[in-house]
Design a protein around this ligand. Structure first.
Ligand code: MOS
Length: 736
């Protein structure tokens, strides 16, 4: 099925099942411990052994020699895999990291060896017997030291151009009566998902099957094929349940690559889970950014000049962190300059983490907007409203498909009680606490991509949907169930959903917040085909057939849906393909975040007291799972604002706080009252289902809202995240 003009009325508009706050399809399995996660598979690969990865002890250099003799003789050891016997692993298409030091070491803890043994403990014990001698060389670990020489890289395959100019920024900024010119830093951050990366790989001749934890099946099969040097078609991935990803499991990481490589070397299935330090130092992370934002405005608050420059670092061949993306689309303003520079750093690869670009980019832009509002003596909500635009600010001929940004701002201000705020910073005290409120705008691309699904109608009237979509804890199962139930006119309990198997029809998987809109469009296509097939089978020779309450109806004839399959299961498959709409419309999701904080006047400790998000993301497919995505994003935003930072040892080039003891993320006690509301809208330019993603939108704008609230409480502007108490303590108002 092709989607090439805005959607008209269709069966999803009934909203009998779609939109409802249905409980998770798989909730019972997860809460009873019977959903099988990657590391828990046992019977699928009889005789499997455990792999344990030894990471490089230097960050830059090469392996001068490696002696595995003693390890190979240790109890239970089946084999030791290094670059000497692994063959040269290829590199996937999305990540540039190399899966093995071979023998060059590109970053700290890059895998040097995999020990395979009968038990995890045997493998771990033997790994300590490997003798590696390194030639260590000096690496580059400090982004700030590289900014002067970092080039603007050419445009790559992913993300937009690294530099864009509209109008004459320099002139307009110089002439602007009111200006902000500030630099903000967002540190390296870890995905830190609960479930570690884990995989089990089993070869059958030249074909490999892997039970793993991965967000994007078809990227995974492609990339694992490239790494192993085998066709994508020879790779099967199975990943029905995933304990969080946030982009950190986008495609193939070392657990999967090395389980497959080790299994090939030792000739039996291998299971590998990453110990936490490898997740931090070896898999991808959100790279640090240094961002300079320059805003020029007239006295009326209208932006005349918008400049956003950003520096990030990466391994050779890696990409920029696309921080300026949101600045290109969020506000009107005739003169614009956005530019990203990229330094080479010898740290683990920087790559996608939840709302890559927008999340760290808004942590700068939306604080700069707060600073501008203060200089203008203008309300920060009002400043954003006067700079709204209904067309792409870089291309006036391209309207936004839907843009309810102003509604989000107004609805949020109303619900939060923004009018009661004292705009002057450092004024409100409650005993020992300095109280402040802040807000920020949010934007995230509303992408969609080609997605397929298979639909089966059984004799019992049950409809089974199969797609390679994944559920990373987001609710994919449930929205697929709801879409199919709505389309087929049956109760949700008549729908069986099977996800996370690469042999099922392809979707873009969970990433770029395009999973929900894409997979539901694929399910729409498959269900439309099933409806046609059912109608034909039942002898309805008209297009005006209704599917309601398990019945198929036309005129005064009504037949149970199940009757269509009484001679055997009906199986159909279709793919939704998208043409051109994104060229005609700027498709984005929007939000507004509000936060209230209390800062201890004596110690500088920050407590978030309440938070509110109002979002606009097209049709909301499930009121409960969408809300969960947004409040989950808000929790993550508390971490970004106040806690998260991977600290780099500048001598040896590694992330020091490489576990959940040292890398702080919010706990329940840190999370205040929070709530999320959605603007009632549909976006017919996206797909027949008219829904956009919300999973990444929920994070963008959260941290700057908190940062702005802290400023409002204290009068101290901290421009270096996370906002820990040491950064403002010395500047807090006198308490006695
Ligand atoms: Mo996302 S960072 O595209 O999982």
């Amino acid at each position: 099925m092709k989607f090439d003009t805005p959607a008209g009325a269709n069966p999803t508009d009934r909203m009998k099942v779609l939109g409802k706050p249905l409980d998770r399809y798989e909730a019972r399995l997860k809460t009873t411990g019977t959903a099988t996660y990657a590391y828990e598979w046992q019977d699928v690969a009889p005789g499997f052994a455990y792999g344990y990865i030894l990471g490089a002890a230097v960050a830059k250099g090469r392996i001068a020699s490696i002696d595995t003799t003693e390890a190979a003789r240790a109890p239970g050891v089946v084999g030791v895999v290094t670059y000497l016997n692994a063959g040269k692993p290829g590199v996937g298409k999305f990540y540039v990291q190399k899966m093995l030091a071979a023998p060059e070491v590109d970053h700290y803890h890059q895998p040097v060896a995999v020990v395979v043994a009968g038990t995890f403990e045997q493998a771990r014990a033997a790994s300590a017997m490997i003798r590696v001698v390194y030639d260590r060389t000096q690496g580059r670990y400090d982004l700030a030291a590289q900014t002067a020489t970092a080039p603007v890289p050419p445009e790559g395959e992913f993300g937009g151009p690294n530099e864009k100019a509209v109008g004459d920024f320099t002139k307009a900024f110089a002439a602007a009566p009111v200006k902000v010119d500030e630099t903000y830093t967002v540190p390296d951050q870890a995905h830190a998902m609960m479930e570690p990366h884990a995989s089990i790989a089993k070869w059958d001749g030249d074909r490999v099957t892997c039970w793993t934890s991965i967000q994007q099946m078809n990227w995974g099969t492609r990339d694992l094929g490239l790494i192993l040097g085998i066709p994508k078609a020879n790779v099967r991935l199975i990943s029905p349940y995933i304990g969080g990803g946030f982009g950190g499991k986008g495609t193939v990481q070392i657990d999967l690559a090395l389980a497959a490589i080790a299994a090939r070397v030792v000739g039996r299935p291998v299971k590998i889970a990453l110990q936490r330090p490898l997740m931090f130092n070896t898999t991808i992370h959100r790279p640090k950014t240094i961002q300079r934002v320059r805003l020029g405005a007239g006295k009326d608050g209208r932006l005349t000049a918008i400049g956003h420059e950003s520096w990030s670092g990466n391994l050779p061949g890696g990409r920029t962190e696309p921080t300026v993306t949101s600045t290109r689309t969020l506000y009107a303003g005739a003169n614009r300059l956005t530019r990203m520079r990229l330094a080479t750093l010898d740290l683990a690869e920087g790559n996608a983490m939840r709302a890559p670009g927008e999340a760290p980019g808004l942590m700068a832009l939306e604080v700069a907007m707060d600073e501008l509002a203060e200089k203008l003596r203008m309300d920060p909500v009002q400043l954003r409203i006067v700079n709204d635009t209904q067309v792409d600010p870089e291309n006036a001929s391209k309207p936004f498909s839907t843009r309810a940004f102003v509604q989000c701002l107004q609805e949020g201000a109303e619900r939060f009680g923004w009018a009661k705020r004292n705009p002057k910073a450092g004024q409100v005290r409650e005993g020992r606490w300095l109280i402040g409120t802040g807000m920020a705008g949010a934007i995230r691309g509303g992408k969609i991509a080609k997605a397929g699904a298979r639909a089966r109608l059984g004799k019992n009237g049950v409809v089974t949907i199969e797609t390679d979509m994944t559920d990373i804890g987001t609710g994919s199962y449930t929205i697929v169930q709801q879409t199919a139930a709505e389309m087929m006119g049956v109760a949700p309990d008549r729908i069986v959903v099977k996800l996370g198997d690469s042999t099922f029809p392809e979707t873009p998987g969970s990433g770029g917040q395009q999973g929900a809109p894409s997979v539901t469009a694929g399910v729409y296509a498959a269900c439309m085909k099933l409806r046609e097939t059912v109608a034909q089978r039942l002898g309805f020779n008209t297009a005006a057939v209704d599917f309601v309450a398990g019945q198929v109806r036309s005129g005064n004839r009504t037949v149970p849906l199940a009757d269509a399959a009484k001679d055997g299961e009906l199986v159909v498959e279709d793919v939704m393909e998208f043409a051109k709409m994104a060229d005609q419309f700027q498709q984005q999701t929007f939000g507004a975040h509000f936060a209230e904080v209390a800062v201890d006047a004596y110690t500088g400790e920050v407590r978030v007291r309440r938070m509110l998000a109002v979002c606009a993301a097209g049709r909301i497919l499930n009121a409960k799972t969408a809300r969960s995505q947004v409040i989950g994003g808000m929790v993550m935003g508390v971490g970004a604002a106040l806690m998260e930072e991977m600290a780099i040892d500048q001598r040896f080039g590694f992330f020091v706080n490489h576990d959940l003891a040292g890398y702080e993320v919010p706990v329940h006690a840190d999370i205040p009252h929070l709530d999320a509301y959605f603007i009632d809208e549909v976006d017919p330019t996206i797909s027949p289902v008219k829904a956009k993603g919300v999973g990444e939108l929920g994070l963008t704008g959260v941290a700057p809202a908190i940062a702005n609230a802290i400023y409002n409480a204290t009068g101290v502007r901290v421009r270096e995240y996370p906002i820990t108490l040491d950064k403002h303590l010395d500047h807090l108002p006198e308490v006695a």
